[in-house]
Design a protein around this ligand. Structure first.
Ligand code: 16G
Length: 242
């Protein structure tokens, strides 16, 4: 199966062979790969070559190494489009997964600084600060910190925010959500995020900041989230402007 005469580098051929086994579900999420030694013997290549192929796939996110335990087929990443304003609940349901939230904290605070500014509030006005771990089929995907003006949406409760906030705003309150502004940047998971997201300290996360407005342009939420870098991939369609 490995063609040593081929112009394709051997490590690349091994990489594609592993990819194929995963595509064909011969190896599934959570399965452990044979050791480098066994691999090298089976395909009559050096362990270095096997290591190179595996490292590339680990960097790509297809495989995951665990110290002292071996190399596993990683959970596949979600591709999340950046077009359209959707809620976590909607995104997960569309994928056929069960959305849920683990409430980390629910407080009313005095708005200050950027939070007050982006929500159009004066310093000292009351805001809800809601921290939630968002889960898909019980597996943590993101940690969200949401700020919402108490004067605008006075009735929020722990119970409500454990379900969909967008659904409450639209279906219960009859408010129309209009548009959002969002930015993304790379970061390393800090201690609290790592623990709650069940990843290692300094694992990659994507920080997403969103300000969402009602149709009448009133800003209604300011959300700072950390998405697991190993579970998410973002995509967008880009028509070239004339
Ligand atoms: C998404 C949003 C978040 C919003 C939440 C509402 C990002 C990147 N996305 O997670 O801003 O608050 O959906 O979800 O922050 P819910 O309706 O399920 O509570």
């Amino acid at each position: 199966m490995i063609d040593k005469q081929s112009p394709l580098p051997i490590y690349y051929q091994i990489q594609e062979l592993i990819r194929k086994k995963i595509d064909k579900k011969e190896w599934q999420t959570g399965d452990v790969l044979p050791s480098e030694r066994i691999f090298a013997e089976q395909y009559e290549v050096s362990r270095m070559t096997v290591r190179q192929a595996v490292t590339e796939l680990v960097n790509e996110g297809l495989l995951r190494r665990e110290k002292g335990r071996g190399t596993f087929v990683a959970e596949q990443k979600f591709t999340q489009t950046l077009q359209g304003l959707t809620s976590f609940t909607e995104d997960m349901k569309e994928r056929g997964l069960k959305p849920s939230s683990r409430l980390v904290s629910f407080n009313v605070k005095e708005a200050a600084g950027k939070t007050a500014r982006v929500l159009g509030l004066n310093d000292g006005e009351a805001v809800y600060e809601i921290q939630r771990i968002r889960l898909a089929d019980h597996s943590p995907m993101a940690m969200e910190t949401t700020y919402i003006s108490k004067a605008l949406i006075p009735g929020l409760t722990k119970n409500i925010v454990q379900n969909s906030i967008y659904e409450y705003v639209e279906a219960e309150l009859g408010l129309a959500i209009g548009y959002g502004e969002q930015s993304l940047e790379a970061a390393l998971a800090m201690k609290k995020e790592a623990e709650l997201l069940e990843i290692e300290l300094n694992d990659p996360v994507l920080l997403i900041s969103r300000i969402t407005h009602l149709q009448d342009k009133t800003p209604f939420e300011y959300v700072k989230s950390a998405y697991r870098g190993d579970r998410y991939k973002f995509s967008i369609q880009m028509p070239r402007n004339e």
